[in-house]
Design a protein around this ligand. Structure first.
Ligand code: AMP
Length: 357
């Protein structure tokens, strides 16, 4: 268990690193942020910063020596970067988890091995395999690159086997996975924390709406029966425990109609704090960011209590120019990330609203 005033090293300088550092400060812990970009928004709220590339082994070693534990705010940490850090300092969550979640095929196989439902899937390494996989799984289907996809990047909807072969070429002929299209009622997620002692604490099930593949709005509680919510939390707990995970992870799921009820199909795991958990900063007594800091510091997890019905709206691209109107809206909390240019699709901030009733 780290002493108060210890230093958490965070790899990555975006808004997730920024909100982690703010949560750490509340607990009397310091943060040192490592990012290749000199203008990283997390630097504004950090005690120390390193500007260096993720393959600068000397800078990584100095950073690791300067902190008490290392964590990260994104999942695509290169394996070699994690190995260099781990040679000098404890890294949490264990970089071995990244090997499971950086590759959509390995991730789906790991989830399926736990007896948890996923969309049907097939590995695709050639145009012929893309054609054959679409013929076998049926259409519609979704072709996704195995690595480095996010916010809908690196994926294509498939309406026919011919289209699958063409989409494989359009995605750059890199290793892919073809997934059957899931006709879901809604998308939900569980943000869960697991402590070093194996305790798991889940936030309430969150309902998520996407626009152009980017999370637009989250609402809590989700439209779901108590049994479905418990099942979603059991799934997240099973995954966190099986991965021997320490820190916060998010499990994104589809709720699918099944007779009179609904069942859950896991879409993907994010081994980090997650956009669908941003509501917890203002909407719960302990946020996802604080839970992550507690977990990696070896502190006991909190038992968060939610402050009523909560909505989170992302401010995407130019929507941030209109943020001032939220300053006076009842129950609204305004979060702006200081990310500079409001490029289309870029997450610039978010609003949390505590809703009446
Ligand atoms: P992902 O990059 O896997 O998180 O996918 C981004 C979004 O695309 C999801 O949030 C869904 O809205 C949609 N999507 C992804 N995979 C599927 C699927 N197999 N069936 C239906 N919709 C999907």
């Amino acid at each position: 268990m780290l002493k108060p005033e210890s230093t958490i090293g965070i790899l990555g300088g975006g808004q997730l690193g920024r909100m982690l550092a703010m949560a750490a400060a509340r607990l009397g812990l310091r943060c040192h942020i490592y990012s290749p970009e000199a203008d990283s928004c997390a630097f504004d709220v950090a005690d120390a910063v390193t500007v260096a590339a993720y393959d600068d082994e000397a800078a990584l070693a100095r950073f690791a020596e300067a902190v008490d534990v290392v964590t990260y705010e994104f999942e695509n940490v290169p394996a070699q970067t994690a190995a260099v850090l781990a040679a000098h300092r404890e890294v949490q969550p264990d970089p071995q988890v990244l090997a499971k979640t950086q590759d959509r095929l390995i991730e789906k196989q790991a989830i399926a091995a736990l007896g948890i439902a996923t969309a049907p899937f097939r590995p695709v390494d050639s145009a012929i395999e893309a054609f054959a996989a679409a013929a076998a799984l049926g259409v519609p289907a979704v072709l996704k690159t195995r690595r480095l996809g996010y916010d809908g990047k690196g994926q294509r909807m498939i309406g026919s086997a011919d289209e699958a072969a063409m989409a494989f070429a359009a995605l750059g002929e890199v290793p892919c996975i073809l997934e059957g299209f899931v006709r879901f009622e809604r998308e939900v997620s569980v943000v869960a924390a697991r402590g070093v002692d194996g305790t798991v604490a889940c936030f309430d099930l969150t309902e998520n709406e996407h626009r152009d593949h980017i999370l637009r709005r989250s609402i809590v509680p989700a439209t779901a029966s108590a049994a479905l919510e418990q099942e979603a939390q059991r799934i997240a707990e099973r995954i966190a425990t099986a991965f021997d995970y320490v820190g916060v992870l998010a499990v994104e799921m589809f709720a699918v109609r099944d007779g009179a009820g609904e069942i859950l199909v896991v879409n993907e795991i994010a081994p980090r704090v997650h956009n669908s958990g941003h509501w917890t900063i203002d909407g719960a007594t302990v946020s996802q960011f604080e839970q992550h800091i507690r977990a990696v510091a070896g502190w006991p997890l909190g038992q968060p209590v939610r402050h009523g019905r909560v909505e989170m709206l992302n401010l995407i691209g130019s929507e941030v120019n209109d943020a001032a109107r939220w300053l006076t809206a009842p129950g609204a909390c305004v979060h702006l990330y200081r990310k500079g240019e409001a490029r289309p699709g870029r997450k610039m901030g978010h609003i949390t609203r505590i809703l009446p009733g």
